[in-house]
Design a protein around this ligand. Structure first.
Ligand code: PA5
Length: 446
């Protein structure tokens, strides 16, 4: 079960102050539970773990089995932001680190991602891979109008249609989008694609437990039922109105530290498989809290790798940092360090010890060093990296995010700031309707 430990903050905060912030967090919790706060039409994510129908999982499994039977060995999942990061995080965390290099990979259905950038090299190189493979695609966009996935989908749709013909392409493309609106919905209806719905009341960054995450995770061969079970346990635990509720504790402490000048929170992991947990978490907290001139800046690092790049700043730079460590109690693999009779590296004192023991000591040593250096540490621990624990992490961070943003006094469920770059990009690309803005930008650019 997920556990939170705030011991690494004890020397930075007064107990009375923490109690006050717990009161604030409980007030925010009440608002979230009563569904009376800003953005309350976007709370569908709260009960996804316990309300997702078995038929949805079965439909995803049917597509997986059908594509496997056709010999599909490359599924391209197209999406960006909340329509990408949850699935990417899950697949990175659960897959063998070298899956694509193993000989067994030849028989499996590999899932790769597109539409999360506008790089010509990326998409061209993906086409090189597609040319060699038996391909299917999942295109995900809630709005159905986002430029990056729409451009990537054009290329991939064209590839699939040229390779298999239009009728077969319609069986190899699945769309995940709004029930009624958007270009992707219209296209899917016209082309006869199977579609999954993202409900109106679930925003992109809270959508990992909708078909946005469920379908890619199932296609990659992972057990979504276990993930939903882990999330359901967290749904229950974080529904308790209590100072012991881990989501309340996390939200309270990070807001207290923020108000004491810790403006940046770094999500830390000690397993490279969790790198994309950091990416998913950054979007969740950055887009939910960074508005109205407020918000903790979310950053992420992977240790011990980044101790050799970011370690100096964290230990010794400007004291505006707090860190949240996602600790993993047990490794899924077992390997001890071998003896070297020559011992030229002087490391025989480690002979017979588990690699993970060294990792744990690095984690402990870093914790103490960072606390000494003025960086308070929150810790969230899970038993191991698997579907169940990942599900509980997803739900925990979502619930804590809602509470935290209400303490901060912002609407967690909108993202007005992301429109600014889009307007400029459309004007610069010559999109009809943006002529006046294009003129203005040209003058600015000289
Ligand atoms: O959290 C969000 O709402 C955004 O990050 C979206 O997920 C992202 O912009 C992609 O949008 P869409 O799914 O509409 O293509």
């Amino acid at each position: 079960m997920l556990k939170i430990n705030l011991g690494g903050c004890a020397s930075f905060v007064k107990e009375d102050d923490y109690s006050k912030y717990v009161e604030k967090a409980l007030g925010a919790f009440d608002t979230l539970e009563a569904e009376t706060g800003a953005g309350n039409d976007f709370l569908g994510w709260k009960h996804l773990p316990t309300t997702t129908p078995e038929s949805l999982v079965a439909d995803c499994e049917a597509i997986r089995d059908e594509w496997k039977a056709k010999g599909v060995n490359l599924v391209i999942v197209i999406g960006i932001g909340g329509s990408y990061l949850g699935a990417k995080c899950a697949l990175e965390a659960l897959s063998h680190s070298f899956a694509r290099h193993l000989s067994s990979a030849r028989d499996s259905m590999e899932v790769v991602f597109a539409g999360q950038n506008l790089s010509e090299e990326y998409i061209s190189e993906l086409m090189d891979l597609a040319a060699e493979r038996n391909v299917a695609a999942v295109v995900i966009s809630k709005s159905g109008t986002t430029t990056e996935p729409a451009v990537a989908f054009r290329q991939i749709k064209n590839h699939i249609e040229e390779k298999y013909g239009k009728a077969e392409a319609a069986k190899r493309i699945v769309a995940v989008t709004d029930a009624r609106r958007g270009a992707l919905k219209s296209l899917s209806t016209q082309e006869g694609y199977r579609t999954f719905v993202i409900e109106d009341n679930v925003g992109g960054r809270f959508s990992v437990l909708t078909p946005v995450g469920i379908l890619p995770i199932v296609l990659a061969g992972f057990d979504i039922r276990k993930m939903l079970a882990g999330a359901a346990e967290m749904e229950k635990i974080t529904a308790e109105r209590s100072a012991e509720n881990p989501a309340v504790q996390y939200a309270a402490m990070r807001n207290l530290l923020y108000d004491q000048g810790k403006k940046i929170e770094i999500l830390v992991s000690y397993n490279p498989k969790l790198q994309y947990l950091g990416e998913w978490w950054k979007q969740l907290y950055g887009e939910s809290e960074g508005k109205d001139g407020k918000g903790i800046f979310p950053a992420s690092v992977n240790f011990t790798t980044d101790l050799h790049s970011m370690g100096q700043y964290i230990q010794d730079g400007e004291r505006i940092l707090m860190e949240t460590v996602v600790s993993v109690e047990n490794s899924n693999r077992s390997m001890t360090i071998v003896d070297d009779p020559q011992n030229l590296d002087g490391l025989n004192f480690l002979t017979g010890k588990h690699m993970e023991h060294c990792n744990a000591m690095a984690e402990l040593g870093t914790k103490l060093a960072h606390i000494d250096g003025g960086v308070p540490q929150l810790s969230v621990s899970i038993e191991r990296i698997d579907e169940y624990n990942l599900g509980s992490l997803f739900y925990f961070f979502e619930k804590a995010c809602g509470i935290s943003a209400y303490i901060l006094g912002v609407n967690p469920f909108n993202q007005p700031g992301v429109e600014a770059y889009k307007k400029n990009m459309f004007a610069l690309l010559g999109k009809p309707g943006y002529e006046a803005q294009a003129e203005e930008l040209k003058k600015r650019l000289g």
